[in-house]
Write a protein that binds this ligand. Structure first.
Ligand code: SAM
Length: 248
Protein backbone atom coordinates (compact mmCIF):
# COMPACT_ATOMS: atom_id res chain seq x y z
CA UNK A 1 0.00 0.00 0.00
CA UNK A 2 0.93 3.65 -0.32
CA UNK A 3 1.76 5.95 2.58
CA UNK A 4 0.01 8.86 4.23
CA UNK A 5 2.55 11.65 4.76
CA UNK A 6 1.63 14.20 7.42
CA UNK A 7 3.46 17.28 6.16
CA UNK A 8 4.16 20.46 8.11
CA UNK A 9 3.99 23.72 6.14
CA UNK A 10 5.20 27.24 7.12
CA UNK A 11 3.40 29.37 9.75
CA UNK A 12 4.18 32.61 7.90
CA UNK A 13 7.58 32.73 6.27
CA UNK A 14 7.46 30.48 3.20
CA UNK A 15 11.20 29.82 3.48
CA UNK A 16 10.42 27.67 6.51
CA UNK A 17 9.15 24.82 4.35
CA UNK A 18 11.58 21.90 4.40
CA UNK A 19 13.22 20.42 1.33
CA UNK A 20 11.69 17.09 2.25
CA UNK A 21 8.20 18.63 2.44
CA UNK A 22 8.61 20.00 -1.11
CA UNK A 23 9.89 16.64 -2.39
CA UNK A 24 7.05 14.71 -0.76
CA UNK A 25 4.37 17.13 -1.97
CA UNK A 26 5.73 16.80 -5.51
CA UNK A 27 5.85 13.03 -5.35
CA UNK A 28 2.47 12.05 -3.84
CA UNK A 29 -0.61 11.26 -5.91
CA UNK A 30 -2.98 13.45 -3.91
CA UNK A 31 -2.53 16.35 -1.47
CA UNK A 32 -5.30 16.46 1.14
CA UNK A 33 -5.66 20.10 2.29
CA UNK A 34 -7.65 21.84 4.98
CA UNK A 35 -8.47 24.52 2.39
CA UNK A 36 -7.48 23.84 -1.23
CA UNK A 37 -7.39 27.55 -2.15
CA UNK A 38 -5.13 28.43 0.77
CA UNK A 39 -2.72 25.54 0.11
CA UNK A 40 -2.98 26.26 -3.63
CA UNK A 41 -1.05 29.49 -3.08
CA UNK A 42 1.73 27.65 -1.26
CA UNK A 43 1.90 24.95 -3.95
CA UNK A 44 1.99 27.56 -6.69
CA UNK A 45 4.94 29.27 -5.01
CA UNK A 46 6.91 26.02 -5.12
CA UNK A 47 5.66 24.99 -8.59
CA UNK A 48 3.81 21.96 -7.24
CA UNK A 49 0.94 20.99 -9.52
CA UNK A 50 -0.34 17.76 -7.92
CA UNK A 51 -4.03 17.07 -7.41
CA UNK A 52 -5.52 18.56 -4.22
CA UNK A 53 -8.66 17.60 -2.30
CA UNK A 54 -10.17 19.18 0.81
CA UNK A 55 -10.21 17.47 4.20
CA UNK A 56 -11.64 19.55 6.99
CA UNK A 57 -13.51 19.01 10.23
CA UNK A 58 -16.83 18.57 8.41
CA UNK A 59 -15.88 15.94 5.81
CA UNK A 60 -12.95 14.22 7.49
CA UNK A 61 -14.82 10.99 8.24
CA UNK A 62 -16.10 10.59 4.64
CA UNK A 63 -12.72 11.42 3.22
CA UNK A 64 -10.93 8.87 5.36
CA UNK A 65 -12.74 6.04 3.54
CA UNK A 66 -11.70 7.37 0.16
CA UNK A 67 -8.13 8.03 1.29
CA UNK A 68 -7.70 4.56 2.78
CA UNK A 69 -8.95 3.08 -0.53
CA UNK A 70 -6.32 5.08 -2.40
CA UNK A 71 -3.62 4.02 0.05
CA UNK A 72 -4.68 0.37 -0.20
CA UNK A 73 -4.47 0.58 -3.99
CA UNK A 74 -0.86 1.76 -3.73
CA UNK A 75 -1.35 5.50 -4.13
CA UNK A 76 0.30 7.91 -1.69
CA UNK A 77 -1.34 10.89 -0.04
CA UNK A 78 0.04 13.97 1.76
CA UNK A 79 -1.99 15.66 4.47
CA UNK A 80 -1.38 19.38 5.06
CA UNK A 81 -3.23 22.04 7.03
CA UNK A 82 -3.43 25.79 6.39
CA UNK A 83 -0.29 26.42 8.43
CA UNK A 84 2.17 24.53 10.59
CA UNK A 85 1.83 20.94 11.68
CA UNK A 86 -1.44 19.12 10.85
CA UNK A 87 -3.42 17.80 13.85
CA UNK A 88 -1.97 20.44 16.19
CA UNK A 89 -5.21 22.41 16.70
CA UNK A 90 -5.90 21.44 13.08
CA UNK A 91 -7.83 18.67 11.28
CA UNK A 92 -6.40 15.19 10.65
CA UNK A 93 -6.86 13.28 13.89
CA UNK A 94 -9.67 11.02 12.63
CA UNK A 95 -7.86 10.31 9.38
CA UNK A 96 -4.55 9.45 11.05
CA UNK A 97 -6.27 7.29 13.65
CA UNK A 98 -8.23 5.45 10.97
CA UNK A 99 -5.06 4.80 8.95
CA UNK A 100 -3.19 3.54 12.02
CA UNK A 101 -6.04 1.18 12.94
CA UNK A 102 -6.01 -0.11 9.35
CA UNK A 103 -2.26 -0.66 9.66
CA UNK A 104 -1.50 1.78 6.88
CA UNK A 105 1.82 3.61 6.80
CA UNK A 106 1.65 7.08 8.36
CA UNK A 107 4.87 9.07 7.95
CA UNK A 108 5.60 12.43 9.61
CA UNK A 109 7.36 15.14 7.63
CA UNK A 110 8.11 17.55 10.49
CA UNK A 111 8.48 21.31 10.29
CA UNK A 112 7.03 24.52 11.68
CA UNK A 113 4.64 24.55 14.63
CA UNK A 114 3.62 27.90 16.15
CA UNK A 115 3.52 26.55 19.73
CA UNK A 116 7.03 25.10 19.55
CA UNK A 117 8.49 28.13 17.73
CA UNK A 118 7.00 30.43 20.38
CA UNK A 119 8.21 28.27 23.23
CA UNK A 120 11.73 28.22 21.82
CA UNK A 121 12.09 32.01 22.24
CA UNK A 122 9.87 32.74 25.27
CA UNK A 123 12.53 32.24 27.91
CA UNK A 124 10.14 30.12 29.97
CA UNK A 125 10.90 26.68 31.38
CA UNK A 126 10.68 24.12 28.58
CA UNK A 127 11.73 20.97 30.44
CA UNK A 128 8.04 20.37 31.01
CA UNK A 129 5.12 22.20 29.42
CA UNK A 130 1.48 21.65 28.65
CA UNK A 131 -0.16 22.53 25.33
CA UNK A 132 -3.71 23.71 26.00
CA UNK A 133 -4.79 24.50 22.42
CA UNK A 134 -7.26 27.36 21.90
CA UNK A 135 -8.58 29.18 24.96
CA UNK A 136 -12.39 29.28 24.94
CA UNK A 137 -13.75 32.43 23.28
CA UNK A 138 -16.53 32.92 25.86
CA UNK A 139 -15.42 34.55 29.07
CA UNK A 140 -17.15 32.13 31.45
CA UNK A 141 -15.51 29.11 29.87
CA UNK A 142 -12.16 30.92 29.65
CA UNK A 143 -12.24 31.74 33.36
CA UNK A 144 -13.09 28.10 34.12
CA UNK A 145 -10.15 26.89 32.04
CA UNK A 146 -7.72 29.32 33.67
CA UNK A 147 -9.02 28.53 37.16
CA UNK A 148 -8.54 24.82 36.56
CA UNK A 149 -4.89 25.60 35.74
CA UNK A 150 -4.28 27.65 38.90
CA UNK A 151 -1.89 25.12 40.42
CA UNK A 152 -0.23 23.97 37.20
CA UNK A 153 3.54 24.17 37.70
CA UNK A 154 4.47 23.48 34.07
CA UNK A 155 4.67 26.21 31.43
CA UNK A 156 1.27 26.52 29.73
CA UNK A 157 0.99 27.16 25.98
CA UNK A 158 -2.24 28.39 24.35
CA UNK A 159 -3.43 29.55 20.97
CA UNK A 160 -5.61 32.66 21.19
CA UNK A 161 -7.10 35.33 18.95
CA UNK A 162 -5.31 38.70 19.26
CA UNK A 163 -8.62 40.56 19.31
CA UNK A 164 -9.36 38.80 22.61
CA UNK A 165 -5.90 39.14 24.12
CA UNK A 166 -6.75 42.08 26.41
CA UNK A 167 -9.77 40.22 27.82
CA UNK A 168 -7.66 37.10 28.20
CA UNK A 169 -4.89 38.88 30.12
CA UNK A 170 -7.54 40.47 32.36
CA UNK A 171 -8.86 36.97 33.08
CA UNK A 172 -5.33 35.75 33.80
CA UNK A 173 -4.98 38.52 36.41
CA UNK A 174 -8.28 37.46 37.99
CA UNK A 175 -7.57 33.73 37.98
CA UNK A 176 -3.79 33.48 38.38
CA UNK A 177 -2.83 36.83 39.87
CA UNK A 178 -1.37 40.10 38.57
CA UNK A 179 2.22 38.97 39.11
CA UNK A 180 2.05 35.82 37.00
CA UNK A 181 4.63 36.03 34.19
CA UNK A 182 3.11 35.82 30.71
CA UNK A 183 4.75 35.83 27.27
CA UNK A 184 3.01 36.50 23.97
CA UNK A 185 4.49 35.57 20.59
CA UNK A 186 2.65 37.36 17.81
CA UNK A 187 3.09 37.01 14.03
CA UNK A 188 5.93 34.54 14.46
CA UNK A 189 8.18 34.38 11.34
CA UNK A 190 6.21 37.26 9.77
CA UNK A 191 7.01 40.96 9.23
CA UNK A 192 5.55 42.18 12.51
CA UNK A 193 6.92 39.39 14.67
CA UNK A 194 6.76 40.45 18.32
CA UNK A 195 7.78 38.45 21.37
CA UNK A 196 7.00 40.17 24.66
CA UNK A 197 6.93 38.93 28.23
CA UNK A 198 6.04 40.61 31.54
CA UNK A 199 3.92 40.21 34.64
CA UNK A 200 0.24 39.94 33.69
CA UNK A 201 -0.46 43.45 35.06
CA UNK A 202 2.38 45.10 33.11
CA UNK A 203 1.55 43.12 29.99
CA UNK A 204 -2.02 44.42 30.18
CA UNK A 205 -0.79 48.04 30.25
CA UNK A 206 1.58 47.37 27.35
CA UNK A 207 -1.21 45.83 25.26
CA UNK A 208 -3.60 48.67 26.04
CA UNK A 209 -1.05 51.19 24.76
CA UNK A 210 -0.55 49.54 21.38
CA UNK A 211 -3.66 48.59 19.34
CA UNK A 212 -1.42 46.82 16.79
CA UNK A 213 -1.00 44.04 19.32
CA UNK A 214 -4.61 43.05 18.68
CA UNK A 215 -3.85 42.04 15.08
CA UNK A 216 -2.56 38.89 13.43
CA UNK A 217 -1.97 35.55 15.13
CA UNK A 218 -0.55 34.76 18.53
CA UNK A 219 0.66 32.18 20.96
CA UNK A 220 0.15 32.86 24.65
CA UNK A 221 2.42 31.29 27.25
CA UNK A 222 1.95 31.41 31.02
CA UNK A 223 4.71 30.56 33.45
CA UNK A 224 3.81 27.67 35.72
CA UNK A 225 3.04 28.22 39.38
CA UNK A 226 6.26 28.45 41.35
CA UNK A 227 6.95 25.43 43.51
CA UNK A 228 6.63 26.26 47.21
CA UNK A 229 10.37 25.79 47.78
CA UNK A 230 11.07 28.64 45.33
CA UNK A 231 8.79 30.96 47.30
CA UNK A 232 10.84 30.53 50.46
CA UNK A 233 13.68 33.11 50.49
CA UNK A 234 17.19 31.57 50.21
CA UNK A 235 18.28 32.53 53.75
CA UNK A 236 15.12 31.06 55.26
CA UNK A 237 15.63 27.90 53.21
CA UNK A 238 19.21 27.60 54.49
CA UNK A 239 18.08 28.07 58.11
CA UNK A 240 15.33 25.54 57.60
CA UNK A 241 17.83 23.01 56.25
CA UNK A 242 20.08 23.54 59.32
CA UNK A 243 17.14 23.12 61.70
CA UNK A 244 16.04 19.93 59.96
CA UNK A 245 19.58 18.56 60.26
CA UNK A 246 19.62 19.32 64.02
CA UNK A 247 16.31 17.50 64.45
CA UNK A 248 17.70 14.20 63.12
N1 SAM B 1 -1.23 23.62 13.16
C1 SAM B 1 -0.75 24.94 13.48
C2 SAM B 1 0.62 24.84 14.14
O1 SAM B 1 1.31 23.84 13.96
O2 SAM B 1 1.03 25.78 14.82
C3 SAM B 1 -1.75 25.71 14.33
C4 SAM B 1 -3.09 25.86 13.70
S1 SAM B 1 -4.24 26.77 14.64
C5 SAM B 1 -5.71 26.57 13.71
C6 SAM B 1 -3.84 28.44 14.30
C7 SAM B 1 -3.33 29.16 15.52
O3 SAM B 1 -1.93 28.92 15.65
C8 SAM B 1 -3.45 30.68 15.44
O4 SAM B 1 -4.72 31.11 15.87
C9 SAM B 1 -2.36 31.14 16.39
O5 SAM B 1 -2.78 31.03 17.73
C10 SAM B 1 -1.30 30.09 16.11
N2 SAM B 1 -0.39 30.56 15.04
C11 SAM B 1 -0.31 30.09 13.78
N3 SAM B 1 0.64 30.77 13.10
C12 SAM B 1 1.17 31.67 13.96
C13 SAM B 1 2.18 32.67 13.85
N4 SAM B 1 2.83 32.86 12.70
N5 SAM B 1 2.45 33.42 14.93
C14 SAM B 1 1.79 33.23 16.09
N6 SAM B 1 0.82 32.32 16.25
C15 SAM B 1 0.51 31.55 15.19
Amino acid sequence: PGSLYVVATPIGNLMDITQRAIDVLKQVDVIACEDTRHTGRLLQHFNITNRTISVHDHNERQRQQQISEWLNSGQSVALVSDAGTPLISDPGFHLVRHCRIENLNVIPVPGACAAIAALSVAGLATDRFTFEGFLPSKQGARVNTLTSLQDETRTMVFYDAPRRIIDTVQDIITCLGAERYVVIAREVTKTFETIHGDSAKNLLLWLQQDPNQEKGELVLMIEGKKALSEEIPPLARKTLALLLKEMK
